[in-house]
Design a protein around this ligand. Structure first.
Ligand code: RP5
Length: 162
């Protein structure tokens, strides 16, 4: 299966969050590759990844980082591919620093910023899937089924069971 989506993250410590994106892509049968690419610790790796991402066949980049989270914006500056940013929850500021670092891009270089943490990672995967589904009818049908199953799983009345 071709890797249409790159899930990149600044650190191994981001993986427990970013794996929620990977889980959704697995459910939807979307090819991806997960890579540790740090703007601060491995800037050359980040540059090489971003510069070649399109030629390498990726169509969407999901970038998760925490704290002074430069990774999504730097990668967005270096590739024409859509970049979805996931603010990872930080120890010091609970991810508010990550969110503000990622979301406040100056006009001209967009990063599609999702929610802090696991919900953001999962939604980044769903948004990446929706982008890919624009030119893939089979994937669009899988995404429709996935969404319909989520809707069908919601009970009409609350239960006493946890
Ligand atoms: C960022 O620093 C990473 O994205 C991570 O969220 C944060 C902390 O990294 P570690 O110190 O846990 O490696 O670059």
């Amino acid at each position: 299966m071709p890797a249409d989506v790159a899930i990149i993250m600044g650190s191994q410590s981001d993986w427990p969050t970013m794996r929620h994106a990977a889980d959704i892509l697995d459910e939807l049968d979307v090819g991806y590759r997960a890579l540790i690419v740090s703007a601060h610790r491995t800037p050359d790796r980040m540059y090489e990844f971003a510069r070649s991402a399109k030629a390498d066949g990726y169509k969407v980049v999901i970038a998760g980082a925490g704290g002074a989270a430069h990774l999504p914006g730097m990668v967005a500056a270096l590739t024409p591919l859509p970049v979805l940013g996931v603010p990872v929850r930080s120890k010091a500021l609970s991810g508010k620093d990550s969110l503000l670092s990622i979301v406040q891009m100056p006009a001209g270089i967009p990063v599609g910023t999702l929610a802090i943490g696991e919900a953001g990672a999962a939604n980044a995967a769903l948004m990446a899937t929706a982008i890919l589904a624009l030119s893939d009818d089979a994937l669009a049908a899988r995404l429709d089924s996935w969404r319909a199953a989520r809707t069908a799983s919601v009970a009409e009345q609350p239960s006493d069971e946890d």
